[in-house]
Design a protein around this ligand. Structure first.
Ligand code: CO
Length: 143
């Protein structure tokens, strides 16, 4: 039996924060990280995001953007912020999305452009061991 490894690299861990500037300051001043992107708005996802770049991958800081942000509720439950999702790369988001649905996972959205400029989908945490999983198509230029 052949076994195709479905998941590519772990791309980032998403951390919801109430104040992205304070969070960036913490990573810069407490942890000494120098490579952190400027916060940018991503209206379709309802978040403002910044990447803390580490040798092994990224921490994605996300703060609510707009009235209907999907992370507002999360922050009501976790006012100081907290780990929100993990993101794995996949080669083809449409194939991955179909494969996940066939295996009984609830795919929460049609592929849409995420913070890295490539399409992403989210999988229901109730089907994934309590973890909100983001699948992201590997950026073409990176490989
Ligand atoms: Co993410």
């Amino acid at each position: 039996m052949t076994y195709d490894t479905f998941l590519g690299p772990l791309n980032h861990v998403g951390i919801a924060v109430p104040d992205i500037h304070k969070a960036i300051e913490m990573y810069r001043n407490v942890f000494g990280v120098t490579d952190i992107t400027e916060p940018a708005d991503l209206p379709p996802q309802g978040v403002t995001f910044a990447f803390v770049n580490l040798p092994s991958g990224q921490v994605e800081l996300i703060q609510p953007y707009g009235d209907k942000s999907p992370i507002t509720k999360f922050l009501e439950k976790n006012p100081k912020g907290g780990q929100h999702h993990i993101c794995f790369e996949v080669k083809d988001i449409h194939a991955a999305s179909l494969a996940m649905a066939e295996k009984g996972m609830r795919v929460l959205n049609e592929p849409r452009i995420g913070a890295h400029g490539t399409p992403v989908v989210f999988l229901h945490p109730g089907d994934a061991g309590g973890v909100l999983i983001e699948l992201m198509e590997t950026p073409k230029e990176a490989h």
